[in-house]
Design a protein around this ligand. Structure first.
Ligand code: SF4
Length: 382
């Protein structure tokens, strides 16, 4: 059944895969095409921006994210041309921010000068101290990348560029919460986000499983305790999100507020060929027996709004919504989560129309439990 009365957008995140290639070969990486040297053509960027304006999918602001592959494999001139296109096409009353998620190993002075000129926000992927980072963040020859990453971070610091960090947690690294916290406190990012080693894409087995649950909870309690220690504050993404959910919680009723990952075209992901997807960014490269793939059109031939009449999109959207309703009806953590990441439901449960995943257990539920335990103990409620 086709629908055309559901809310679309507005766009919050526009994720471009400028290249699927990555010069690293991290052991937990989910990207299937990270050896492919395909690069996006600038015409795909132009067509995307033109269609976003024509089809009124943007409102006051949105963020362009360069991700999924190592974006600094592309020449700086490519990003300079993108900046010109943004100036030319996007109305001046729309605020466009740009973020780049990089492994930092290819940075040089020229990149840093460009980041400063273009005000591009920089996120660096690093897992912690050398012994932890080099276990998984490795080159194709298996060599650790810690030194190269730190060299890149030192360049950012030399050019006074603020950076955030994403660190992947494995069953091994969660044994060392204090080492990891103190390392990042010393390193000086503006925030740290912890992603878990997830079963997704070509990463078919995560190191984090039911045997890690107690350790993982303890990891989060220690991180929270360290953050609460005087003069030791470090902005941790997951703790900030938890606090925001608590502050916005409606105690008298539970309401479904659809998140970025479950609202059509709030997130748009575009690959090197111009194919586009929405909902979870990870869906872009995924294949599936039932839905085949999650490409809902190509920017060179289709409008974004054509998804409304796209059979595959409608099937996916219905299943995602039904899964959210099930979560709403059955899960005590719904307020903190909003119904989960569709790509994890599909990958782990084989269907969007489902509830709990290992991902939500280890990335949402355990964190909420750990932080609530700590708060209750400090307030002597327990
Ligand atoms: S925590 Fe899991 S089960 Fe609960 S709402 Fe989120 S995705 Fe659904």
């Amino acid at each position: 059944m086709y629908q055309d009365d559901f809310p679309i957008g507005p766009l919050e995140l526009l994720i471009f895969q400028s290249t699927s290639f990555c010069n690293l070969d991290c052991k937990y990486c989910y990207l299937p095409d990270r050896s492919s040297k395909k690069k996006i053509n600038i015409d795909i960027i132009r067509n995307t921006l033109l269609k976003l304006v024509e089809e009124k999918i943007i409102q006051d602001d949105f963020c362009i994210v360069w991700h999924a592959g190592e974006p600094t494999v592309m020449p700086i001139d490519f990003y300079k041309k993108v900046n010109e296109l943004i100036q030319e096409i996007i109305p001046s009353n729309v605020k466009v921010t740009q973020q780049i998620q990089t492994n930092a190993t290819l940075l040089n002075d020229e990149w840093c000068e460009f980041f400063n000129e273009s005000k591009m926000q920089v996120g660096v992927s690093i897992d912690g101290p050398k012994e932890i980072n080099d276990k998984n963040r490795v080159l194709r020859n298996g060599k650790g990348t810690y030194e190269e990453i730190i060299k890149g971070i030192n360049l950012l610091k030399k050019h006074n560029i603020e950076f955030s960090v994403i660190s992947v947690l494995t069953n091994q690294s969660i044994n060392f919460p204090a080492d990891i916290y103190n390392f990042f406190k010393e390193l000086g990012p503006i925030s740290v986000g912890f992603n878990i080693d997830e079963e997704e894409g070509v990463n078919i087995k995560s190191s984090i499983d039911e045997n890690s649950e107690t350790k993982l909870k303890e990891f989060w309690r220690t991180i929270f305790q360290l953050q609460l220690t005087k003069s030791n504050y470090l902005n941790i993404r997951e703790i900030s999100e938890f606090k925001e959910s608590l502050l916005n919680m409606n105690l008298s009723s539970k309401s479904i507020s659809v998140g970025q990952m479950t609202n059509p075209l709030s997130i748009i992901t575009i690959d090197t060929e111009g194919n586009f997807s929405t909902f979870s960014p990870e869906l872009l490269g995924m294949k599936d027996k039932h839905y085949n793939d999650f490409l809902f059109g190509n920017i060179n031939t289709d409008s974004f709004l054509s998804i409304k009449k796209n059979k595959k999109f409608n099937l996916v959207y219905d299943d995602i919504n039904n899964g959210i309703k099930k979560c709403y009806d059955t899960c005590d953590y719904f307020t903190f989560c909003g119904g989960g990441a569709p790509s994890n439901k599909l990958y782990e449960n084989g269907n969007f129309n489902t509830t709990e995943t290992k991902y939500c257990k280890y990335s949402k539920k355990i964190i909420v439990d750990a932080l609530m335990d700590e708060i209750e103990e400090r307030l002597s409620i327990k």
